[in-house]
Design a protein around this ligand. Sequence first.
Ligand code: ATP
Ligand code: MG
Length: 214
Amino acid sequence: MSTITIALSKGRIFEETLPLLAAAGIVPLEDPETSRKLIIPTNQDNVRVVIVRASDVPTYVQYGAADLGVAGKDVLFEHGGAGLYQPLDLNIAKCRMMVAVPAGFDYDNAVRQGARLKVATKYLKVAREHFAAKGVHVDLIKLYGSMELAPLAGLADAIVDLVSSGGTLKANNLVAVEEIMAISSRLVVNQAALKLKREALEPILAAIAGAVKE
Ligand code: ATP
Ligand code: MG
């Protein structure tokens, strides 16, 4: 049997992928929250899980260092998808990519007036394509986290960020003004592995597909 390596990130993706792996008979033998190991064995001798940053999952799968991985649509969009086969929306880690501004800032009016907006985000490609499609001129400012702070500190007029409950926006006196896209996590597969390890991969992919909840 060929060895199968699955790339996952700690936190919600690991937690929400566990039941799907279980449906394929795969149970990781350690918890990445408490273990310091980055390579986690499973109950299946030929299957292992590697723990990487959420935004690094597509890269591991692209180069075949992992055969499979789970990554958000946000991360996949920024990565571009080269070398990846995306067979399955897992319907987990659901949220929305939104434009948000300080409460009281008239975003629609600013857009109508053709104002040039300073937009802070971790998602440059998503933001660039969104505002280009709307014909809005923006200066994009790349951040790596805590986007909500940018308008409060005077770094930007608006942010592009992931929103689920809206609690973080509200706590920082921001409001979501536009949805860019709905986000969920996808199973991605290395294109070469799909051919070379078909026999080992197919039953895993089928079991995961069968366990996806609507
Ligand atoms: P890192 O912590 O390494 O910087 P990250 O913050 O993107 O990465 P997570 O917070 O675990 O890592 O998010 C992983 C994925 O889960 C994201 O790429 C996105 O698709 C999804 N996600 C992020 N925030 C939420 C949320 N509040 N609710 C639901 N899904 C979310
Ligand atoms: Mg996070």
